[in-house]
Design a protein around this ligand. Structure first.
Ligand code: ARG
Length: 265
């Protein structure tokens, strides 16, 4: 087991404890916090995402939709803000939130110790598990055979899958792509022997591409949360308050259920 896994798992525990504590405090207040938060553009909640991560974010025509887009919309409604979504490279999201370009990063983004050095995270609203995708009939059947195979590994650049696999197989075997879809194409074309990506996008990609399978090897369990600029505590609190209300009234569950029917979340 690698040490990043332990780090992420223990972080998840801390994050869920924070969530429970926030839940307790929130029972006294029914409405979204009316703190003095500011946003990059007044009246607008600017969200950065990378929209090739179904069912969390993906294009429907020219619109970006999915679990994150809908949860962020519900949060923006609570805060009386208009939601504007910007589709950017995944590994530029944290820096953009940190530099004050975007109000939030909302991208199926895992809470990690390293990212917490640069941004704050809201209370988690979903979980993800890193999955390994291979071609049907591949000799790679689990993490150990993947490591032994000597194959190239496809990941989305800057993701936790990238981080873990670099640790496991070393830099020279990593093939990094800006979009999850492109990593999948590389797998279909035999350029990489496996793709490591979060379980729900993995499922969507496998459903859309016959001949690929997800290995039954639960790898890590991660919390997804929104990244917020460290100097904008008031916005963080207002979003957490909105998320608590949207959790309490079942909105978040029903959004997730729309995209991931009868999944435990
Ligand atoms: N959960 C992973 C991470 O935070 C992958 C997220 C990728 N998200 C996206 N919208 N492309 O690193």
């Amino acid at each position: 087991m690698n040490k990043n896994l332990l780090k992420v798992v223990s972080l998840s525990l801390v994050a869920s404890m924070g969530f429970l504590m926030a839940g307790c405090a929130d029972t006294t207040a029914e409405t979204a916090a009316e703190g003095e938060f500011t946003t990059v553009t007044p009246g607008v909640l600017t969200m950065a995402t990378n929209a090739y991560f179904p069912p969390y974010e993906f294009y429907e025509g020219s619109d970006i939709t999915g679990i994150d887009a809908e949860i962020a919309q519900a949060v923006a409604d609570k805060l009386g803000l208009e939601l504007v979504i910007e589709d950017v490279e995944f590994d530029s999201i944290i820096a953009g939130v940190q530099s004050g370009k975007y109000d939030i990063g909302c991208a199926g983004m895992t809470v990690t110790e390293e990212r917490l050095q640069s941004v704050n995270f809201t209370t988690p609203y979903a979980t993800g598990i890193q999955s390994i995708i291979v071609a049907e009939g591949s000799d790679i059947t689990d993490l150990d055979t993947l490591i032994e195979s000597g194959c190239m590994v496809g990941v989305q650049s800057g993701t936790t899958g990238d981080l873990y696999m670099t640790d496991e197989v070393g830099e020279e075997r990593m093939d990094r792509y800006n979009k999850g879809n492109d990593a999948i194409l590389a797998l279909l074309n035999g350029v990489v022997g496996a793709v490591v990506i979060d379980n729900q996008p993995a499922q969507s990609f496998v459903d859309a591409n016959p001949g690929l399978v997800i290995l039954e090897t639960p790898y890590t369990v991660e919390d997804y949360a929104m990244a917020v600029n460290k100097d904008n505590e008031a916005l963080l609190e207002a979003i957490n308050q909105a998320l608590a209300e949207l959790t309490a009234d079942g909105t978040i569950d029903s959004i997730i259920e729309t995209y991931i029917p009868s999944e435990e979340v």
